[in-house]
Design a protein around this ligand. Structure first.
Ligand SMILES: [Zn+2]
Ligand SMILES: [Zn+2]
Length: 169
């Protein structure tokens, strides 16, 4: 995933597109982090400010996931945006937040790998309004309804309820 900065540098302020295809294996991403089912697409733009190279892009892929609510396997399309600033190692004025690179190529591998490892994949929902499983009989409520009374009473309300019940006698 190497971007040749030669052309970018000649046209200050002009966005140049980049497009790469990689894989979890090439990036050495552990399957425990997230199970990526096919290619990882990295695309975006790079531009030169006259001093710094601004890179902004998107990492997109499909992941095999298990829904937190209904426990069904599903494929989720995920997109992780990223923004980085790069600077040539020969630059006179050093920018604190910039990543230094040598020669004419910027290699995105490390950044993309880091973004994938640091991303928060804790929430998995097959759909925003997944109804989940019935806590009593285990029926997947997205597929069918069950006859269980799923009315859950807050313990504090339950206490209040029994207070009123007692009051009746
Ligand atoms: Zn679900
Ligand atoms: Zn049920």
């Amino acid at each position: 995933m190497r971007i040749n900065t030669g052309e970018t540098k000649m046209q200050v302020g002009v966005d140049q597109q980049f497009h790469f295809i990689t894989s979890a294996r090439q990036l050495d991403i552990d399957e425990k982090t997230i199970e990526i089912s096919d290619d990882i697409v990295v695309d975006g733009t790079i531009s030169y400010t006259g001093r710094l190279f601004q890179v902004s892009g998107n990492i997109s892929f499909h992941a095999e996931r298990v829904c937190d609510r209904c426990l069904v396997n599903y494929t989720e399309h995920m997109a992780i945006p990223f923004d980085e600033v790069y600077q040539e190692d020969t630059a006179e004025k050093k920018e604190e937040d910039a990543i230094e690179f040598e020669g004419t190529f910027i290699d995105l591998t490390m950044v993309v790998r880091e973004m994938l490892i640091m991303a928060d994949f804790s929430k998995a929902l097959c759909s925003e309004d997944c109804k989940g499983l019935c806590l009593k009989c285990g029926t997947n409520l997205n597929e069918q309804d069950c006859q269980c009374d799923r009315h859950i009473i807050d313990p504090r309300l339950a206490a209040l309820q029994s207070f009123f019940d007692n009051d009746k006698d």
